[in-house]
Design a protein around this ligand. Sequence first.
Ligand SMILES: [Zn+2]
Length: 243
Amino acid sequence: MTPEPATICLGCWQNLHMPIPLRGPLSAPFRLFGVRPSRMNPNTCTICEMAFSKIMKARAVTIDATILFADLRGYTTLTQTIAPAGLTSLLDAFYDDCAAAIWRYDGILNKTIGDAVFAIFNFPVRRDDHAVQALQAAREIQRRFQERHDALVRTIGAGDIELGIGIGMDSGDTNFGEFGQTHRDLTAVGTVVNRAARAQAAAKSGEILVTAAVRDRTRDMITAAGSDYTLKGFDQPVTLFSA
Ligand SMILES: [Zn+2]
């Protein structure tokens, strides 16, 4: 967990043993060369984002990671009933809560996709316990949203529409790197990513659903028994645990 804004890049320090200043006067010369805090995690830097092409000389590598998808339930229904300003403040609150929790537990917020976020844990900040960190982030996302739920519903005039967050997670080998020729995109792909996305789709509002791989790595944090789910794109039922 990284509670305060870091003064040097956590990724560069861990992976390259280089102290890259992110904030304060020492960071100014680095800014001149385009080195700044990463938008995916402000405790890491833009050098980390280029690590694949420039430093590792590889387009993509296999890394063990935990993938988290979180989706704002009720948003699509709301788009038909409330004013754009309300929708904006709702999405702002959702993105802000997700980002704060993900960064606090050393993940990157890789993408926002409409009313969903996609986070990756274990790059560029390496953590042996990345599944534990990711689950703590997931719980914090749910907690923060619960805390502001009533005020949010009042402010935006959501009425009877149920607002909540569904979260899905999986851990394992992912193909991580820069994909695409014309539009280079740093992201993770593979079965683990797909399974996490499908687990998120299966999660009820307010629920976190994780695979056996995540459960095995976070054992004392999860007591619920697993249930089999039929997930789109997977031939066999997948056992998921409510966490
Ligand atoms: Zn860095």
